[in-house]
Design a protein around this ligand. Structure first.
Ligand code: UD1
Length: 416
């Protein structure tokens, strides 16, 4: 098992390029089943969640060739519409394959999805929407088997704007007869990236980015080449890292419009931020000021995926912050580890009170999940002395060599 060894105290300076987004590439890889043809993905990040998606694609009969940041998928020989529990358990977003398998096979079986332990993470919204669209569903022994031969396009309203459920419906409906409309759809930029991908294959989808998405079914889809959008959460992570250590960095290949809630918050804390066409400069001098409150919300609100990193940064800002988590109940798992480093945090019901201390100190800490792990790295970069961050396999799920990115900016971090 690898760990990160971090010696805190270095300012971060320089320039770094942000790669393709995990939350965009995963549904797009599932969507690559739909054309029964070739898909070429550029800026495909080297993260373990992509490795798991490739395992699933191969299990279904696809051939996948990956070189550097390019992945080529050929789904013309797909011959299997069943994903076993062991594969499903490796990653929650594996569930997105269900909509794609049904779209081409009419029948599909898969186990319940796994992933980071962020609370209950049910799939009821996906299944309710599928049922509304005429999909027949049987659940038995940890497996869900679905039959979409009686699919009937209609309006589907989500009780909550679930990202995964929105994407699953888009995949299920885009090759079926009729017009499907999603009401209260999630508005995350990754959904727009999925729409762009499907439309460049020949689908007729509009409205992604708003809460109403219209999907007009088309009979077939063609081969496609697509560059994955930049990862706004990796960009946010680097912004909170420099807010913690101080310094001056430029993030290349970012879409600043996706980062508005982060930019707004950090400017309020005293960071200087300048946005350009596809890059962003952030400069932080001295100790920043804690924001009074932060609440996570579906996009365009503050992303739950950046909350742990923000909280880590607040531990050494001047003043007290209250962080309220409204999306996932277990998103404060890293706080016990931050306390080992000297942080002053009190946890309540889905909220945390953080009283800033001048500096944290090094400790041996354990990543509880993907974003919680990144938060510990951020805390370690600002802390006095040496920190060992354990369980970094969680971090590898969504960050492509985080250590290279940080050390290229002058941070002292090595993988052991
Ligand atoms: C996606 C992201 C994840 C991010 C999350 C919220 C991917 C691969 N993952 O996850 O990084 O943290 O959006 O922005 O894109 N819910 C239900 N029933 C359901 C589905 C969801 O109750 O059927 C609840 C969840 O428990 C959670 C909330 O809805 O409380 C949001 O979940 P959802 O938007 O579906 O997140 P994911 O698609 O799993």
């Amino acid at each position: 098992m690898s760990t990160y060894v971090v010696h805190g105290g270095n300012l971060l300076t320089g320039e770094v390029r942000i790669g393709g987004a995990k939350n965009s590439v995963l549904p797009i890889m599932a969507a690559s089943l739909l054309n029964l043809s070739q898909t070429k993905l550029l800026d495909c990040p080297n993260i373990t969640d992509v490795d798991i998606s490739i395992e699933i694609l191969k299990h279904l009969g696809c051939s996948v060739h990956r070189e550097g940041y390019t992945a080529e998928i050929d789904s013309s020989e797909i011959n299997n519409f069943e994903i076993p529990l062991e594969l499903m358990n490796k990653m929650r977003s594996s569930f997105i394959f269900l909509g794609a398998m049904l779209a081409i096979g009419g029948k599909a079986v898969c186990g319940y999805p796994g992933g980071c332990e962020l609370g209950a993470r049910p799939i009821d919204l996906h299944l309710k929407a599928f049922k509304k669209l005429g999909v027949r569903i049987k659940e038995k022994g940890g497996y869900i088997s679905c039959d979409s031969s009686h699919f009937k396009a209609c309006k589907v309203a989500l009780d909550f704007p679930s990202v995964g459920a929105t994407e699953n419906i888009m995949l299920l409906a885009c090759k079926q007869k009729g017009t499907t409309i999603i009401i209260n759809a999630a508005r995350e930029p990754e959904i727009k990236d999925l729409q762009n991908f499907l439309n460049s294959m020949g689908a007729h989808i509009s409205g992604a980015g708003s809460s109403r998405i219209r999907i007009e079914g088309v009979p077939s889809l063609k081969s496609v080449k697509k560059r994955i959008m930049p990862d706004r959460i990796v960009a946010a992570t680097m912004m909170f890292a420099v807010a913690t250590t101080g310094g001056n960095i430029t993030l290349k290949n970012v879409d600043c419009s996706h980062l508005e809630s982060i930019i707004f918050l950090l400017k309020d804390c005293g960071a200087e931020i300048y946005t350009h066409c596809d890059s962003l400069d952030i400069k932080c001098v001295g100790r920043l000021k804690s924001p009074d409150t932060l609440q996570t919300m579906p996009y365009p609100g503050f992303p739950t995926d950046a909350q742990s990193q923000a909280l880590a940064s607040f531990t050494t800002m001047e003043g007290t912050s209250i962080v309220k988590e409204t999306i996932f109940e277990n998103r404060f798992n890293q706080t016990s580890e931050l306390k080992k480093m000297g942080a002053d945090i009190t946890i309540g019901d889905r909220m945390a009170v953080i009283r800033g201390v001048p500096r944290l100190h090094g400790a041996h800490v354990y990543s509880p999940d993907l974003r919680g792990g990144a938060a510990l790295v951020i805390a370690a970069l600002g802390a006095e002395g040496k920190t060992i961050v354990d369980n970094i396999h969680y971090i590898d799920r969504g960050y492509d060599n985080l250590e290279n990115m940080i050390s290229s900016l002058g941070g002292d971090i090595i993988r052991e």
